[in-house]
Design a protein around this ligand. Structure first.
Ligand SMILES: [Fe+2]
Length: 397
């Protein structure tokens, strides 16, 4: 028997069992790997290492004859399943998001005053997010996209936690693992509490010295999460979220295999959310612009395979994105359409040609009777639109 990395697995090899995996997927049958698709399925399910029986490896001709039902197939879970419509989930999701923000604030005060953070509350928050994501991920995804310029410090961690949950669910991870990832993500920037305000809030570029102080926040996060007793995975994603595959990250300059799949995931999600965020001093990028920027960092800084998975699960036009249609109508993507990602449901409320607000209407671009199509993601500033106001008035039940 021989243990190999999933990347070295080839069609025709006989797999005896799964040795190491991120997703706790149960692979019932031993068997031959039929094709690349089978391998891809295993990778997507979080399998990292397998044990093979080299004596049973088939050569090409044998493989064609012998490999049939005995193949390894991880259980098929539909990552896009929605058990409730987005409208039914939004109200609850907003409430949860607001409570989570208050909890973040409380944790900041607790640590500032030398108290330990209450882990149970963070676990409950993460668990609530995950429940919501499993009911309909569009609701929290939408809230995470519609940003408050002043709320970055608090909202960023919530958004990273929500995006991590959606990403982990997409990869087929099991519930306990998603909870640890989501809780760690909620606290990944908690170490910023130890950074002086004048550095933390400085809108201008930081000096070399200030940046050196700022870089320490990840180390503090690591220690706070570890001390709180939240498991190794949670503390590593909190501590290593700024590390990069080629060792150019901080504060530990870890590289390559030292960065687990989970750390690679949060480094992508963290940068994605930071790039798309509206800040007082900077306009956020559209998701496509952010994906391009992340792509440019592959494979040196980010894991390309995971980035592709992330783009696939978030989509070019994620729910909550402001888009312009060919008809000049402008609206918010209200529901994704996994079968046809470029044809989501758009809640239109503005006409860009005559610059008027129009009656709010849902347009399902995948509906054959609709003679309209998506043109581009746009920024609210281009049209002087206030998305938060629109969201509160028109999207909440
Ligand atoms: Fe950070």
């Amino acid at each position: 028997m021989k243990t190999i990395n999933i990347k070295d697995l080839e069609p025709g090899m006989f797999v005896v069992g799964v040795i190491k995996q991120a997703g706790h997927v149960r692979v019932k049958n031993q068997g031959w790997v039929r094709d690349q698709k089978g391998i891809k399925n295993l990778i997507q399910s979080g399998v990292l290492e397998v044990e093979i029986d080299p004596d049973k490896t088939l050569n090409q001709t044998e493989e064609e004859h012998n490999v049939s039902e005995e193949c390894l197939e991880p259980p098929q879970i539909d990552p896009w399943h929605k058990s409730v419509p987005v409208e039914a989930e939004l109200g609850q999701a907003v409430k949860m998001y607001e409570q989570a923000k208050q909890l973040q604030e409380k944790a900041f005060t607790d640590i500032r005053d030398g108290r330990k953070i209450d882990v149970t509350e963070f676990k409950e928050t993460a668990s609530g997010f995950i429940d919501s994501v499993f009911r309909n991920q569009d609701a929290l995804a939408c809230i995470a996209r519609i940003r408050d310029k002043d709320g970055y410090l608090l909202e960023h961690s919530l958004n990273v936690s929500i995006l991590m949950s959606i990403f982990a669910k997409h990869l087929g991870f099991d519930r306990a693992l998603i909870e640890e990832l989501a809780t760690g993500a909620l606290l990944h920037d908690i170490g910023k509490i130890k950074i002086p305000d004048e550095i933390l809030q400085k809108p201008e570029k930081l000096s070399e010295n200030e940046f050196a102080i700022m870089r320490e926040h990840a180390k503090y996060s690591h220690d706070i999460v570890k001390e709180a007793g939240l498991g190794t995975i949670a503390s590593e994603i909190a501590g290593f979220h700024h590390e990069r595959l080629n060792g150019t990250g901080y504060p530990f300059a870890k590289q390559g295999d030292e960065l687990s799949q989970f750390v690679r995931m949060i480094s992508i999600v963290d940068v994605y959310d930071a790039l798309t965020a509206e800040r007082v001093y900077k306009v956020g990028m559209t998701p496509i612009q952010a994906f391009k920027k992340l792509k440019a960092g592959c494979p040196n800084e980010f894991d390309e395979e995971l980035l592709n998975q992330f783009i696939h699960c978030i989509g070019m036009y994620p729910v909550g994105t402001l888009v312009k249609l060919k008809s000049h109508r402008v609206g918010i993507v209200a529901a994704s359409n996994p079968d046809s990602p470029l044809q989501p449901v758009v809640k239109v409320f503005y006409n860009a040609k005559n610059m008027f607000h129009v009656e709010v209407r849902d347009i399902d671009l995948s509906d054959k009777r609709i003679d309209d199509e998506l043109e581009a993601a746009v920024k609210p500033e281009e049209f002087g639109l206030d998305l938060i106001k629109f969201f509160r008035h028109s999207m909440l039940p």
